[in-house]
Design a protein around this ligand. Structure first.
Ligand code: 13P
Ligand code: SF4
Length: 370
């Protein structure tokens, strides 16, 4: 009689919870060595240094999306948030496995839109217009896969902070209006740069009948801006900029487009995390910078720029760390990697096939258009 071998269960996270950072660092390095080319680690710029240092590739959302398209590794471990790991799953080959070390690493802005609300908005807008003939839905990449799929089904597209203006142009080439979700700040700033008047970019409140707008406002709108924002970037204030300019009249201000409109308007430069890094890295020595984006990126940049005498200052007095990005810590990374060494996959992100197909359509449209 043969005795069937019962496959061993994955190693539980409990064993890692109490492990100290130094121990986890050693274990991550050892596991990476064992996995070799079977593993690739992608890291977003907002990740804490303790895990960011293990990334094989780093970038903003657009750059990381492009990497995921061209990787050979069996396992793609994403140091970032949930929607990023979903994009990695959608754009990678079916046999590749995308992993998010902590499944609770979401994006609070992405959560401000969901399929039920977007579909309700579709029905509401159809009371005034013909949605599919007159409106291009555009979702920021910071959104769940089913919203990307909605855009795929309704002739829409995805954008990132790098390409939002270009993608809006694409949207207007298809139809006369855009429904932009979930970040009103990115939509407003990008529309403003295209010369669209603010009164033609009203805020669409998905919880109100007709988005809280009049029929006239909807008919007059060019971009309907979803009532959503990033809680981290919402903390930056015009007063922070005024104080910096008073102290450093020769300094520069650079912000992420998720920051409030008046902050972007009073910044010298506005762009994605990758753009912020590149602009400050390429700037002359001894320049001074006020930066309106997440704290981990600003802290890292401030350290890196010290030898060149550049001053890199965070825009707020309040700690604006993205608490969900911060969930990816050395303990979770060591845990998923040691499981992979044992042949166990934990925390796989798998988008259902029907959603993935439509979402891929919109991501491919975006990559082609940008
Ligand atoms: P980037 O694509 O500019 O990195 O932005 C992602 C993000 O979540 C910013 O809050
Ligand atoms: Fe989401 Fe804001 Fe965090 Fe970016 S910083 S991942 S938009 S909550």
């Amino acid at each position: 009689m043969s005795i069937a071998t019962i496959p061993a269960a994955p190693i539980k996270f409990d064993k890692f919870q109490a492990a100290d950072d130094a121990d986890c660092q050693r274990r991550i390095i050892a596991a990476k060595e064992k996995l070799g080319k079977r593993l690739v680690i992608l890291g977003h710029h907002y990740q804490h240094e303790s895990v960011y240092r293990h990334a094989d590739y780093t970038g903003d959302s657009l750059k990381l999306s492009r990497y995921t398209e061209n990787l050979d590794a069996e396992y793609i471990v994403f140091l970032g948030v949930h929607f990023m790991a979903e994009v990695a799953d959608i754009l990678s080959r079916p046999e590749q496995i995308a992993i998010l070390p902590d499944l609770a690493a979401g994006c609070s802005m992405a959560d401000m839109a969901n399929l039920a609300k977007v579909e309700r908005s579709y029905r509401e807008l159809n009371k005034v217009l013909n949605f599919d003939e007159q409106i291009t839905p555009i979702t920021y990449i910071n959104s769940a896969a089913d919203l990307k799929a909605f855009c795929g089904e309704h002739g829409g597209i995805v954008c990132t902070s790098t390409n939002a203006t270009k993608i809006l142009e694409w949207g207007f080439a298809q139809r006369e209006k855009v429904l932009f979700f979930p970040d009103q700040n990115l939509g407003r700033w990008s529309g403003y740069k295209m010369g669209i008047p603010l009164e033609q970019m009203p805020v669409w409140d998905p919880d109100q009948p007709l988005g809280g707008l009049t029929v006239e406002q909807i008919k007059n709108a060019k971009i309907l801006l979803w009532k959503g924002h990033c809680a981290v970037h919402q903390m930056f204030r015009l007063q922070n900029i005024e104080r910096f300019r008073a102290e450093h009249p020769d300094g520069f201000v650079i912000s992420h487009p998720e920051a409030p409109f008046e902050v972007c308007q009073h910044s010298d430069y506005v762009g994605s995390t990758e753009y912020i890094l590149k602009t400050i890295s390429d700037a002359p020595a001894n320049t001074k910078w006020l930066v309106g984006t997440e704290l981990n990126l600003v802290n890292r940049l401030a350290e890196q720029m010290k030898p060149e005498g550049k001053l890199v200052q965070f825009m707020s007095h309040v700690v604006c760390e993205c608490s969900t990005m911060a969930r990816i810590d050395p303990q979770h990374l060591a845990w998923v990697l040691e499981n992979l060494v044992e042949g166990k996959v934990v925390n796989q992100i798998k988008v259902p096939a029907h959603e993935a197909k439509l979402a891929k359509l919109t991501l491919d449209r975006m990559l082609a258009a940008s």
